[in-house]
Ligand binder design. Structure first.
Ligand SMILES: [Zn+2]
Length: 168
């Protein structure tokens, strides 16, 4: 049994409408609490998803993956697209670039690039990634993505292409 809040009559627990006065017996309070709980939960969880998403779009992970894959597959177009290198390069020069970039441990190069770009993004500071031979081969460029996030991108440095050109 429960008590109808309108006419104080005792009614069955399962009644949704009071059989005596026709007042609705549904608890709007309970529904409101559920609704508020849901909204609060959403407000707590949303920032996590937003952060994960923003972190993904502002990091250079995709670029780095494509760069390494291009090198591994000897695919100059894929590599060049990833690091903003000129696509209209003679075939021999393309191979020179690939050979030069591959003349190091790619696993280490990938790790190094990932580490350096993450730090650059965090510190909002442009820097370089070096080849195993000590020359700076990638420009790491940080820019503002929005108020809260920096975006980081890598680009093949001009000197690499000059170096390749001079060794042809
Ligand atoms: Zn009633």
């Amino acid at each position: 049994m429960k008590v109808c809040p309108t006419c104080q009559a005792g009614v069955k627990r399962t009644e949704k409408i009071c059989p005596y006065c026709n007042a609705s017996l549904k608890s709007w309070k309970r529904r409101m609490y559920w609704g508020m709980g849901f909204v609060i939960l959403l407000l707590l969880i949303a920032p996590i998803f937003i952060h994960v998403y923003m972190d993904k779009v502002t990091s250079s992970t995709k670029q780095i993956d494509q760069m390494i894959m291009g090198l591994e597959q000897d695919n100059y177009a894929m590599f060049a697209e990833a690091v903003g290198a000129p696509l209209e390069l003679e075939e021999q020069a393309q191979q020179h670039v690939l050979d030069y970039m591959k003349n190091q441990s790619l696993t280490e190069f990938k790790k190094r690039t990932t580490r350096i770009t993450a730090r650059a993004k965090r510190d909002n500071k442009n820097t370089y990634v070096h080849h195993e031979d000590g020359s700076a081969v990638l420009d790491v460029h940080v820019s503002k993505y929005n108020v809260f996030y920096n975006k980081v991108e890598v680009k093949l440095r001009e000197p690499v292409l000059h170096w390749v050109a001079s060794h042809e």
